[in-house]
Design a protein around this ligand. Structure first.
Ligand code: ZN
Length: 298
């Protein structure tokens, strides 16, 4: 028998000591994903049916059944076309946050264009939700080493937390390997903001991505649960993310096999796994974790 415990069999923390985790949704259509940029240019976005509203209505029911309040990072372009969807999410008590205006990666933008994107999406989402928008998640976790200027823009534009860092190495388009795994402060010349990174599973000295999306569909449920339990053992919240199109059927679009597998493999299991996750753990919006850190640290 191995003396090294499997990271997947980390025992559960007693209920009374469990932190609340984060259930977050990056609210966008499948064609906003980086992998689809070559096949659906932004000039053709409005030719595709928008399927997020119906998926989100069903997800709102599932979250309501579980008594969970989530955080929805919404793409401004989609919010403008589907304002009712954003209003329904806010009315159900969920947090509305920004996922940029047009899903452009931070690394593909000038600071001026990024500022306009975070400013316009925030204004629209505040208008639709009737609540303050405090959080931002970069498309495709694209705040990577060298793009820290984005934090200054976020602070200057009134955001109080960010959830764009993925503390992993080896991914071709994202990853901030030296970021702490758990929620922490980022100090910048413009001020400071809370960072709530995507969750990882530690296997030996390596951190593997384990917070949602394709990792949720590709690997056994125990992989994600292991990452959540490791976070609980540290007394820290884990952060799960998913997209509306991962609850839907795959669209008919001709793309290379590899792209298709990555984007759509395992879609059929997403609802059942989500219900299980919502049963197994407690959740609260990311803004509440940021608030607690502010209260604790002044
Ligand atoms: Zn996205």
């Amino acid at each position: 028998m191995s003396l090294i415990p499997s990271p997947l069999s980390t025992p559960a923390v007693p209920v009374s000591q469990r932190p609340c985790h984060h259930f977050s949704v990056d609210v966008e259509e499948f064609f906003h994903g980086t992998a689809f940029e070559p096949y659906v240019p932004s000039s053709e976005w409005d030719r595709w049916p928008r399927r997020s509203p119906q998926v989100m209505d069903r997800l709102l029911d599932v979250l309501d059944d579980a008594g969970v309040r989530a955080t929805f990072f919404v793409v401004g372009w989609l919010a403008e076309l589907e304002p009712g969807m954003v209003r329904r999410c806010a009315e159900a008590g969920h947090e509305i946050a920004s996922h940029s205006w047009d899903h452009k990666r931070v690394t593909m933008q000038t600071p001026e264009a990024f500022r306009e994107s975070v400013r316009s999406s925030r204004a629209l989402l505040e208008d639709l939700s009737g609540t303050a928008v405090r959080g931002f998640r970069a498309p495709s976790f694209s705040i990577v080493p060298g793009a820290e200027w984005a934090f200054d823009v976020l602070v200057e534009e009134g955001y109080t937390y960010d959830s764009s860092l993925f503390p992993i190495r080896g991914h071709p388009t994202y990853g901030y390997p030296d970021a702490p795994r758990d929620p922490h402060w980022i100090e910048r010349p413009s001020g400071r903001l809370v960072e709530i990174p995507a969750t990882t599973l530690a296997v030996g000295s390596r951190l593997l991505p384990a917070s949602g999306g394709a990792y949720f569909r590709f690997f056994p449920y125990a992989y994600l649960r292991g990452a959540f339990r490791q976070a609980e053992a540290r007394g820290e919240p884990a952060t799960f993310y998913i997209h509306p199109w991962e609850y839907d059927e795959a669209p008919s679009i001709r793309v290379p096999f590899r792209t298709r597998m990555r984007a759509f493999y395992g879609l059929g299991r997403t609802w059942a796994r989500t219900r299980r996750l919502l049963r197994d753990f407690d959740f609260r919006p990311l803004a509440e974790t940021a608030d607690r850190m502010r209260q604790r640290d002044g």
